[in-house]
Design a protein around this ligand. Structure first.
Ligand SMILES: [Zn+2]
Ligand SMILES: [Zn+2]
Length: 247
């Protein structure tokens, strides 16, 4: 088999894999989807896709063209360099994320990945980060759930955009409490000593994109970015499914 044949075979393999992973029903209307699609064309228009203007730091939708940063980013320093989220956090997206995390609807990762990869593509030239790092969850939790949703997302984005996924740079070494009702200070306390990095491996990686499901205050993205940078990664970016406040 020559190189061209091999490449074609790999592409067919990739296509089959994508089709096998794609959702069967539309995350917006719940009706059956044509094979190889992730949302109906008409339903796509109802999705809260983030468009310009957005915060130049965290990627949150902004109201006015004259603003560059959102209120949160003006008030707080971040350890990550820049971030992007595909969607604002509305009812439909919340349900689809909930299904992905708690209802074993793993195929929703392919739906989200399509939009995340699209948003990331616009920043690719500036970021120059070709390595995706899913935010790790505690091993016991992963065993219970059967998977880490951030890993599913990272794998699906890698497939869409041709990135590399690294799961050996940062680990979750302690279980943390759900952060939903916590203040910024409480979130920082909660994350203390929850992660560990492989310094030797990090030192050889110049730029990474952290992958997570929801960005709220950015405490998790910041905490991971701080550790990765201290271990030698020069620039840390992040991509999330959705961004919002007071979730
Ligand atoms: Zn639909
Ligand atoms: Zn912001």
């Amino acid at each position: 088999m020559d190189r061209r044949d091999l490449k074609r075979k790999l592409l067919i393999g990739k296509e089959l894999l994508i089709r096998a992973c794609y959702p069967l029903t539309c995350p917006v209307c719940g009706k059956k989807l044509p094979l190889g699609t992730v949302v109906h064309e008409a339903c796509r228009k109802q999705l809260p896709v983030i468009t310009e203007p957005y915060c130049l730091r965290c990627g949150k939708q902004l109201e006015s063209e004259t603003e560059e940063y959102c209120y949160d980013c003006l008030a707080h320093k971040h350890y990550y360099k820049q971030g992007v989220a595909a969607f604002a956090y509305d009812r439909c997206i919340r349900q689809a994320i909930y299904d992905l995390k708690y209802k074993n609807k793993r195929e929703n990762a392919a739906f989200f990945a399509k939009f995340m990869a699209e948003a990331m593509e616009k920043r690719r030239l500036f970021w120059k980060a070709e390595i995706l790092v899913p935010v790790p969850i505690y091993n016991k939790k992963k065993k219970l759930r059967g998977y880490n949703q951030a890993e599913l997302l990272a794998d699906a984005i890698a497939l869409e955009g041709g990135y590399e996924v690294r799961k050996d740079l940062i680990y979750r070494i302690r279980e943390t409490k759900p952060q939903k009702e916590m203040s910024n200070q409480e979130r920082r306390e909660n994350l203390k000593n929850a992660f560990a990095v492989d310094a030797e491996k990090c030192a050889a990686v110049p730029r990474v994109v952290l992958i997570d499901d929801i960005y709220t205050t950015g405490s998790t993205a910041d905490h991971c970015a701080k550790l990765l940078r201290a271990a030698g990664v020069q620039e840390v970016y992040y991509a999330a499914i959705a961004i919002g406040s007071g979730l």
